[in-house]
Each structure stands twice: as structure tokens, then as C-alpha cells.
Write a new protein. Structure first.
Lengths: 621, 239
């Protein structure tokens, strides 16, 4: 039986990459809808190529579809060409698998991976013909549920969601769906379901609370509108990361997507505790997957997908304790099957270089270091353990091994940053270039010279990090810092070997506003969307002037969210959520940062962050 | 060992472009666990050759790709394994072993047969008008490429051309079938012929109600200049 596509041939022939909208991919799941109790549509609010590269949705998709009573489908943001057509012809947004309207589903789950997708959420709702505001939705509308890293401060977008799932999806979804099924069977209302759902661990129903503010605009507290709603919501976490769902048959796209390979998640969390990093805090504690299970998963996934590449996924692969064993196994297996191994987030040392030289074409590949700050002083402030000595040693080894391309990542605008720190970026880039010319004799230089690409992004303070109290730079300060960095690099002896890239400043400022925002921002986001803002993370689509107009017309001062330094005892909009890491610990770390003191990683000495209560992973091992 | 695979592409798969079809087959061959030969060098790739790229939006019942394998059990098993690795809209129609002397699929292509079906009658006496159109000595069209605009005579490249009217009540109103040059030097796109015909009839072409299907792809076993002997690529090497 052939599926009928939601879009006509005529439309599909005029949009860019029609394959984004037809579904039918290998391992996508078609079920008999008559036999389903629950229809769930999972959404990544960006284009198909980005959304399909996300592991989280693949995990939940395979988990949901492993249940007989649930059909989980996918939807991504239609690109602006199709967006225009769908609006003018009033075609409702549809799920890829069934090609049926999203509005007919029971749930629409939206993953919140970055703040700059917020207007895209409204596009999804709007094209689906679902009311933008949760309070305007009726019994026929799907339940809109959010999850992912940005749900750790959901307040700016709280008005658009019925529920947020705080934490890892593997644990409570079954219970949530059962509550829904029971509610539906009993003929009860949407409101009844939301009340029941709010009693489930990890579920946050934003409509049951009101934010109250001081006259200066900071949060005074929260008022509950439903008595039984919990005061605090603790994130959900998988205790046994080996014995849980994993997508052994991930959906394989037809078109090339960003992450076009088998992704093997070797561990969750990170032991390092870099003070700017949100992922390093909210995914605590580190939990490693059993190496034998990983070996078996790798083989099975390669067989089920036909991919020619496998990538190990984690926040810091080098910290996985059985990395050598896993890589030796994969090297052996992949050699015979001509499969590439890609190794992101690896520390550059003799071992990793040896592995990389076996799996990559050294001449073509580049090595990445992320010192994040230009001086040792500032690296201590941010608790980035990497020292200059280690970087230069790694670079020397790499150059001896034949690599000639190095990428360096830094952040500008970190707390306490001085001109000296900024100039340090050029210095360090130059020293690495110098190492090349010292290490590699002239006759052995493959491309003649070394290529160093130094990139800077702008520091954005994020909730649930020690830097959540920090003041963020203005756009003008950021641009000045990028200029100083450029000047610093240009003054170096080896400047011809160094290429400098920097991130755009205005979009970083907006991200900063949304990241630590409160409920007052919902109106700004909605106004910006209505005035045409969409795909804000795409520089060709980003309209800073419209956003600035919207802040003005909504009477919201953007500086309140960014440049203001928070007092130690300020109540943050996200404080009612509990990510496992305690606020006292984060404050301790913030004070230590100001004293330029480092903290050891989780494996060498517990810092008492609070994640011990989950009784798993590195905390008990 | 050289293997020729014939496949059909239809339904929503017509929206998957040629490069993505190649990527799809590279993965399908791994899923089907076929012992394909790889090229030498640091980044080895599967030895695989597609006959003729198919435009996006066109369906086909006669697509071909050649691969080389180190070992295999039987063509039947390979066909079954490949079909298990397909999706709705992609079907393996045959798998044959080629004599080593046969040129690869891409180099072999000489002609293709297309059927263009229209869901609405947009002209009366289609057969008569089409015959008159085809009977002319020259069928001149203007071909606009990125670099140039040039006059082109389609006539020598159209080997057969006819129309069939479909019975009332069918999804299709009528079809136009053509056997045309598909070699790398003289490839004719089916819409070029249809557009030239519409222009000849002085009628606006209802492009949005037609579906093109490539019926089969042919090689020339005759001589290049002399008598053509067009044989479907899938028939080559069969006893």
C-alpha cells in the first residue's frame, strides 16, 4: 500500500530538497494507526538535516515505537520556501511517517537544543494550526511537551508549552503515556490530564504556576495555581545507562545530514566541571556504558544502517575508562569492512594520535584543541584543565605524525577577562605555529607551512553553571574584543599561518537574553515571530533590528538579562528546577573562579555538587 | 566478478536525486552484506557504476548499476538480500552476472525509452498530431544552458515516438512514448520533446499534470554510425 504524500508533486518539485518532507527512510517506522492508542510526533525545530543528526530523538523514537500502543513520528521545520507555500495554501504541517497533520496527534514533543530555535517552535505550532499559547488550546489539540537542555530554563517559552519533561526521557515517558491513556479512556479533560501529569517525577506543568517579580524586575517567587503541583521539580536520570533503550536501528536519511554516521553514545555526563559549560553540570553524574555492550551495539548498528562511518559520542571521550579497548576492537572490525571511525572530543596525546593516524588520512584531517581562554590565569578561572605545556606537547606529537592543520577554539568575554588574556590567544596560536617550524624540518613540510585556524565564540552565561551569576558583555564590547584578538594575531611572527574566525556578536547577545530569561520574554518572542523572525540561528535569516524593535515595543530591557551582574542571593527564574547540582555548589565554584582557584575533576576528588543523591555513575564508582 | 543490477524507482522515491540514490545503494549493499570490491588507496570506495542519472521527479522501471564483487553465492540470493535492504519505491528487478568484456553501465548507455502520461486531455487527435510532428525532417529546439543558447535538431535522436489514448475513466488520459538518444554526447530529455510538440501544436503545455517514467535504458550492440541494435542493459550478457 502506497502512502499518499501530504504535498503535491507540483509543490515538491519547486522546493529545495524535497527529500526533507517525504519520510520513507530506512528504519523509519510505519504502524497501523487503527491499532494505536497514542500518536506521538517528535519535533526538532530546525531543518531536517540538523534535526536528523540529533541522537536524543533517535533514542526516544525507537523507545516509543518499541511499544505496541504508540506510534511515534517525526517532524522538522519546513525551510522558508515551503513555509511560504504552506501558509499561502493553508496546508497543515504533517508528520513524515503518516503524512497526516500534526494537529491530529495526541502529543507533539519538541526538543529544545538551543535558544535560537524559539521562533521556530512558534512556526511549528502555527503551521500545524495549533494555538500558540497553551491557555488557548482545547480538548482537540495535541499536548505540547518540551524537553532537552533549554528546558532547564523553560520560562521564556513556558507560555507555549503544556508540559516540560525535565531530564532524560527514558525514565518517565511510559508512565506519562499511561496516565494519558487512562485519562482519555475515562473521558476526562485536558486539565485533568495535566493535573495528573504534574504528579509524575520530572514533569513540569508551567500553567500551574505564576512568576512574581520585585519592582526591579527580578524574581520574587512563584505562586501555585494548582495546590498539588510540586514546589520543586527534580530532573530525571537513567541510573543504569547500559540497561536502557538504545536505537539499534536508527533512521537513515536519504540526503546528507550533518551527522551522517552511526552514533555510539559511550557515556553520559562529564567529569571535568568547566565553569562555563551547562552540559557539564546538567548531565551529572558521569555514567559509562559497558564496553562489551558498546561493541555489540556498534556492529549491530553498522549492519542495520549500512553506514560507512561510526562516531563515538560523549562530552569528553578521553575520559571513558575503556576507550583503548573499544577503539582496538573497532579498528579491527572496521578495517575489514572499510568503515571510518570519527573521534570527536578526544584529548590530543600519543595514544589518540596513534589511533587517529590509523583511521584518518593524516594529510587531509585537522586536529582540534579547545583551550577556551588565552592565558593560564583565565583557564584557571573557567576551570579548563588544559595547560599550555600539554597543548604544545600534543601539537609537537601531531606535527611529527604528519598533521599540518590545527583548529583552536577560544571564548571571548569570559568573567575577569583582561586585554592580556585576549592577546594570549594570538600568542598561543603563534607558539603552536612555531612548534611546527621547530619540529618539522623544511624538506618534510608537506604543504610548506602549518595551517592554524583560530576561532572565537562569545561567552554566554547559562543557567545551572557557576557562571550563571556573571555579567555578559554588550555587543560593542564583543566586537571590540574580536578586534583586539585579530590585532593580537596580526602582530605575531607566524601570522601568515594563522586564520582567524569569529562568531557574530548580535546573535550571541540575543542567545544570552533568552538563556537567562523569564516569563516576560514570551511576548517578545511571539512578537518577533509575528513580525517575521524565523531560523534565527541561520545568519541569512537573522534580523537583529526586528528583535530590537520587539524588545522596545514590549517594554523589555534586554540589558536586564545580560550585562547585569546577579547578587549571590538572587532568585533565578530556573531555581524551582533541580538539576541535581545544588545552587550552593555553583555559588562556591563562582567564588573560587573569582579567586582563580581550580577544582579537581569528579574522578580525582568529589566536590560535593549534590549529584551524589542519584547514587550512580562516577559518584559511586 | 561484474554484476549488473536492474531496479525500479517510483512513488515518493522519485524525489530522491541521483547522488542520494548512489549513497542509498552504497548503504544498501552494506546492509545486504554483499562482498563488494573496493578501490585501492587511503579512502577506499565501492566499485559501482550507474547507467544514466535519472532526473528528480521521474519514475523508472529500467535503472541500472554495475558493481564488482569478490565472492557471491547466487544472483537470486543477492537479489533477495538487496530487496530486503530496499524501501518502498525502490525495487530490484534483476541481478545478472556480466561477462568481463562488457563495458560498464555508464559507458554503455545509448538510448532510453520514456513514457509521459497525462491525466487530462489537452489536445485532440493526439496520435495524428504527434505523427505529423515526428514526420518532419527536422525538429528544431532552442537549448539554453548556463553558458550558451543553441539551436538543436532533436530529430536524429528520436528513434521512436507514438501516443496511446487511454480508455475513459482511467487515471491517465493519454500517454506519449519515446525512444530517444541517452548517450553522453546526445542525451535528449523527454520534456524537450514534449515541449517541442506543444509548441508545434501552439498549445500551452499543462506541465503539472504529467508523470514521466523511464521504461528502460538501452545499449547499442550495432555499429556506432551504421545500423543501431538497441538492447536493454538488462539483456546484455544473458545467454
Amino acid at each position: 500500500m502506497e502512502r499518499k504524500l501530504a504535498l503535491s508533486d507540483e509543490i515538491l518539485m519547486q522546493v529545495e530538497k524535497p527529500a526533507r518532507y517525504i519520510g520513507n527512510e530506512v528504519n523509519s517506522v510505519i504502524k497501523n494507526k487503527e491499532e494505536m492508542d497514542i500518536r506521538f510526533c517528535m519535533c526538532f525545530p530546525d531543518i531536517y538535516e540538523i534535526g536528523m543528526s540529533h541522537l536524543g530523538i533517535q533514542i526516544l523514537y525507537s523507545m516509543f515505537n518499541s511499544w505496541d500502543d504508540v506510534w511515534c513520528e517525526r517532524v522538522y521545520s519546513p525551510w522558508i520556501d515551503l513555509d511560504r507555500i504552506m501558509r499561502s495554501r493553508q496546508i497543515p504541517l504533517f508528520a513524515l511517517e503518516s503524512q497526516e497533520p500534526v494537529k491530529n496527534m495526541d502529543f507533539l514533543g519538541i526538543t529544545l537544543q538551543y535558544e535560537m530555535c524559539y521562533t521556530n517552535i512558534l512556526q511549528i505550532l502555527d503551521l500545524s494550526q495549533i494555538p500558540l499559547l497553551a491557555k488557548d488550546r482545547g480538548e482537540e489539540d495535541p499536548i505540547i511537551i518540551g524537553g532537552g537542555p533549554c528546558s532547564y530554563n523553560p520560562e521564556p517559552i513556558a507560555a507555549f508549552f503544556d508540559l516540560f519533561y525535565i531530564g532524560e526521557g527514558e525514565t518517565q515517558y511510559r508512565r506519562l503515556l499511561d496516565v494519558y491513556k487512562e485519562n482519555k479512556k475515562a473521558g476526562r479533560t485536558r486539565q485533568d490530564f495535566l493535573e495528573k501529569a504534574s504528579e509524575i517525577p520530572g514533569i513540569y506543568v508551567p500553567g500551574f504556576y505564576e512568576e512574581e517579580y520585585h519592582t526591579d524586575g527580578t524574581v520574587k517567587g512563584r505562586r501555585k495555581l494548582y495546590d498539588k503541583a510540586p514546589d520543586r521539580i527534580l530532573k530525571e536520570i537513567v541510573t543504569d545507562i547500559t540497561d536502557t533503550y538504545y536505537p539499534l536501528k536508527p533512521v537513515v536519511p536519504f540526503i546528507q545530514v550533518t551527522q551522517d554516521r552511526v552514533v555510539l553514545e559511550i557515556q553520559r555526563g562529564c567529569i571535568r566541571g568547566c565553569r562555563f559549560c551547562q552540559a557539564g553540570q546538567i548531565y551529572r553524574p558521569v555514567r559509562e556504558r559497558d564496553v562489551d555492550v558498546l561493541k555489540q551495539y556498534a556492529l549491530e548498528m553498522l549492519k542495520n544502517t549500512g553506514y560507512e562511518e561510526i562516531s563515538l559520542s560523549s562530552l569528553s571521550s578521553s575520559d571513558y575508562s575503556k576507550l583503548n579497548e573499544l577503539l582496538d576492537f573497532l579498528l579491527e572490525e572496521c578495517k575489514a569492512k572499510k568503515i571510518n571511525i570519527s573521534l570527536p572530543s578526544l584529548r590530543i596525546d600519543a595514544f589518540s594520535l596513534d589511533v587517529m593516524s590509523k583511521v584518518q588520512d593524516v594529510k587531509k584531517s585537522s586536529l582540534t584543541f579547545a583551550p577556551e581562554a588565552g592565558s593560564q590565569r583565565l583557564r584557571d578561572v573557567i576551570n579548563k584543565g588544559l595547560t599550555e605545556e600539554v597543548i604544545l606537547e600534543g601539537a609537537a606529537l601531531a606535527f611529527e605524525g604528519g598533521w599540518t592543520r590545527v583548529k583552536l577554539y577560544f571564548m571571548l568575554g569570559l568573567p575577569t577577562e583582561t586585554e592580556e588574556d585576549i592577546l594570549g590567544i594570538g600568542d598561543l596560536s603563534n607558539k603552536i605555529a612555531a612548534v611546527f617550524y621547530e619540529t618539522v624540518p623544511k624538506e618534510k613540510r608537506v604543504n610548506g607551512r602549518v595551517q592554524i585556524v583560530t576561532s572565537t565564540s562569545f561567552f554566554i552565561p547559562k543557567p545551572f553553571t557557576p557562571f550563571q551569576w556573571a555579567s555578559m558583555c554588550t555587543k560593542e564590547e564583543f566586537i571590540e574584543k574580536a578586534y583586539q584578538t585579530k590585532k593580537g594575531i596580526m602582530s605575531q611572527l607566524n601570522q601568515k599561518s594563522i586564520k582567524y574566525n569569529w562568531h557574530e556578536a548580535d546573535v550571541s547577545v540575543l542567545e544570552g537574553i533568552l538563556a537567562r530569561g523569564d516569563r516576560k520574554l514570551a511576548k517578545v518572542i511571539q512578537t518577533a515571530y509575528e513580525k517575521g523572525c524565523l531560523f534565527d540561528s541561520w545568519s541569512e535569516c537573522f534580523h537583529n533590528d526586528i528583535w530590537l524593535d520587539c524588545f522596545a515595543s514590549c517594554n523589555v530591557n534586554p540589558d536586564f538579562y545580560t550585562v547585569r551582574e546577579r547578587k549571590d542571593d538572587e532568585i533565578f527564574p530556573w531555581d524551582f528546577l533541580d538539576c541535581g547540582v545544588e545552587k550552593e555548589f555553583l555559588l562556591r565554584e563562582w567564588k573560587k573562579a573569582m579567586r582563580e582557584e581550580t577544582s579537581p575533576n569528579c574522578r580525582s576528588k568529589c566536590q560535593g555538587c549534590g549529584a551524589r543523591r542519584f547514587d550512580t555513575g562516577v559518584c559511586i564508582g | 566478478m561484474k554484476i549488473r543490477i536492474k531496479f525500479a524507482k517510483y512513488g515518493c522515491m522519485k524525489f530522491i536525486g541521483h547522488l542520494d540514490v548512489m549513497r542509498f545503494f552504497q548503504k544498501a549493499i552494506r546492509r545486504a552484506n554483499i562482498d563488494i570490491k573496493y578501490s585501492e588507496g587511503f579512502s577506499p570506495h565501492q566499485i559501482m557504476s550507474f547507467a544514466a542519472p535519472l532526473g528528480v521527479g521521474i519514475e523508472s522501471t529500467g535503472e541500472y548499476l554495475d558493481i564488482e564483487v569478490d565472492t557471491m553465492t547466487s544472483t537470486e540470493e543477492m537479489m533477495n538480500a538487496l530487496n530486503k535492504a530496499m524501501v518502498e519505491g525502490m525495487k530490484i528487478l534483476s541481478v545478472t552476472v556480466l561477462p568481463d568484456t562488457v563495458k560498464n553501465a555508464m559507458a554503455s548507455v545509448a538510448a532510453a525509452k520514456y513514457q509521459v502520461s497525462f491525466d487530462r486531455k489537452w489536445i485532440d487527435d493526439i496520435s495524428g498530431k504527434l505523427s505529423a510532428f515526428y514526420a518532419r525532417e527536422h525538429i528544431m529546439v532552442t537549448k539554453t544552458t548556463k553558458k550558451s543558447v543553441m539551436e538543436l535538431d532533436l530529430k536524429p535522436g528520436i528513434y521512436e515516438l507514438w501516443a496511446d489514448e487511454c480508455p475513459e475513466g482511467k487515471k491517465k488520459a493519454f500517454t506519449i512514448t519515446m525512444l530517444v538518444d541517452a548517450s553522453s554526447s546526445g542525451n535528449i530529455k523527454p520534456m524537450m520533446v514534449i515541449e517541442a510538440f506543444a509548441e508545434y501544436c501552439q498549445i500551452d503545455l499543462p506541465i503539472d499534470n504529467c508523470q514521466i517514467t523511464r521504461i528502460d535504458t538501452y545499449t547499442n550492440l550495432g555499429t556506432e554510425d551504421g545500423e543501431r541494435k538497441l538492447v536493454p542493459l538488462g539483456e546484455v550478457g544473458k545467454a
